[in-house]
Design a protein around this ligand. Sequence first.
Ligand code: NAD
Length: 454
Amino acid sequence: MAETDTATEAVGERADTEKSPQAVEEAAREANAKGAPRPGQRAEVTNLDIVRHYFQIAADQLELPDDLRTVFWEPYREVTVQIPVKLSDGKIHVYSGYRIQHNGARGPYKGGIRFHPEVNIDEVRALASLMTWKTAIAGVPYGGAKGGVNCPADKLEPGEVQRIARSFMDKIEKVLGPTRDIPAPDVNTNAQVMAWMMDEYGKLHGHTPAIVTGKPISLEGSYGREAATGRGCVYMFREAAPHLGMTPADTSFVVQGFGNVGSWAARIMQQLGCKLVAVSDANGAIRNDEGIDANALQEFISGGGRMTDYEGADAIEPEDLLAVPCDVFIPAALGGMIHEGNADGMQCRVLIEGANSPTTPAADEILGEKGVYVIPDVMANAGGVVCSYFEWVQNLQHFRWDEREVNDKLGNIMRRAYREVSARAKQENIPLRQASYLVGIERVVEAARTRGYV
Ligand code: NAD
């Protein structure tokens, strides 16, 4: 859409898989029929099934004809590359890297890069599509994209991760650019990885800070970017709380996944006066009904401590985390963690989706029946991309805003998104998730129509 085709030589061929919504729903039903996953497991349905399900419901409601459905569901461009890297065991390991540009009607493509062994092309497709709706809901002038490499980054040495990041950039740079596609961090990538990627791009194109966001402060990163996704989740809580009769002082919360998003959400919720009562990461889960100090825990974990060795709480089974009674539950790990095998046991009033696609459609239905107020990923975790937009704007102007200015602007955008979506939800008497997708899809369709693309 916004893109020309000058870079098509880098475009990989996509496997010819059956992708009709009906086929996927059927596969999901079949998977579910084989038995629900246990509480601590990820669901059998994929992230792509999850996003497609919600897209279909909104498309039905908008009475989007089949041809337009295909345009707005299918990605615009998919790049698949091979990344061979010699690791410290002396062997060459071959990883697969993906960059998927889903829709660019509203502006340059934007989306994070994930390093995780479970990364696959369908997961990246799902996450790219989510970004399209997310940027539209937040009202920032971007399209949606996502990238990933299926490497076990958390088990690799920094030098090895650096080689993968640089090699990935070398292979996808033809479809990137500050007015084309701007990556950012996601699971297992961070400001350091963005610095390496910017440096690699600079070798070919000259110093170009606006090529990636989420960079370190010392390399034209934005104040507030690192905390932005977690902070955005807290803005959601602040907007919803008065309508639900909740006050921070009376609010207990649980966080699943104590990484970038989860640890910042926890620290900022705590600053507001809320109490963290249980938390987990990939190494385990802990609980203390009297409260866990999120700042002390962050220091402990970043100093190399294991979650279950933290002294201020008791270790619990990760699968018991979801059933811990609390007012707010914040999933901030991977997709598909809340599914039909554990949703019924959840004891929260509000679910704020920091992670992407944490809730399967079956679980979403169960939570709806239980009266849990779900603030969906496409809106709740938009703080990261909003602040990435601020970073990009600052880079293009070679100008820097202070942290207060960044946080104030972030608050304005997150509040506006919440108010617009919740007004739509009330008007149509539908859940926030459905209203978010309606708002997002409508804006993208309108942009594509106005351009004359459809
Ligand atoms: P991260 O790598 O910093 O943190 C992920 C955390 O999840 C880690 O603490 C990890 O130990 C934990 N984890 C992994 N498997 C787990 C499991 N089975 N149970 C419990 N915890 C587990 O990643 P992040 O950037 O914080 O991203 C987390 C989620 O938020 C992802 O879904 C990501 O797509 C989404 N997200 C991130 C951003 C961002 O700005 N970083 C923006 C929007 C959405």
